[in-house]
Design a protein around this ligand. Sequence first.
Ligand SMILES: Nc1ncnc2c1ncn2[C@@H]1O[C@H](COP(=O)(O)OP(=O)(O)OP(=O)(O)O)[C@@H](O)[C@H]1O
Length: 257
Amino acid sequence: MGAIRVDALRKSYGSVEAVADMSFTVERGELYGFLGPNGAGKTTTIRILTGQINPDSGDVSVLDTDPVAEPIETRRRVGILPEQGMPPSFLTPREYFEFVGEVRNLSPKRVETQTDAWAARLGFESKLDTLHTDLSRGQQQKVMITQAFIHEPAVVFIDEPLANLDPLVQEQVKQFLVSYAAGDNAVFVSTHNIDVAEAICTRVGIVADGRLVTERSLTGDARDGSEGDESLLEIFLERVEDEDTRDVPTLERTGAQ
Ligand SMILES: Nc1ncnc2c1ncn2[C@@H]1O[C@H](COP(=O)(O)OP(=O)(O)OP(=O)(O)O)[C@@H](O)[C@H]1O
């Protein structure tokens, strides 16, 4: 069973062609990086795959469900960390996880165990009963990461997972994502951050102008020979320039240049 399948996907907003003939496949066990400049069509693709909007044409499947025909069933099965997602301001983290647990059909005991484990892992135990509105942006991001994983989904879609987190927590989250994917789950990460993609992903797809322009395997011996010793940044710049993207590529490198 393929975790994520996308075939000849298209989606326009009026005259803007956000996704133009996008095709790729992600298997369980992969940590797949979806890398591209602003406006490349990454969020639109994720929104289609999670049943939030309908495509104009093309076929998609997530864990053998069709997000277009069965959006609720698809969303029930997967985890989603949306772009700039914020937890509800009027709830505390504990109340929010109880609500998410109910929607996800988790027992109260399981929610409690998961809440304690995640609060300890990301270091927000002292904030579990504080209203979200009184949490920092980084603490809110920790809550959003927890809600995406609380039901241990086989497929998780995450947009910029490390936004607003301090370096220590970033390392913990990176290690967690690697081990989560290795446990026979598919982790789909949309990011601008090439260093993060290079450090944690097993495979990367580079998106420009609504298309997947190239893919590269990043695991040991499976590293694509076809691209020689080019860095991911070099490949990104070459392919994105070839595609003459509608926006200037915005890239982040967190490490040395
Ligand atoms: N609701 C909308 N209405 C009109 N145009 C939209 C809408 N959503 C996205 N677009 C346009 O579609 C294109 C693709 O946007 P999308 O958000 O999918 O890109 P992205 O790769 O996620 O970008 P970013 O990295 O900046 O988040 C952009 O040109 C964007 O302006």
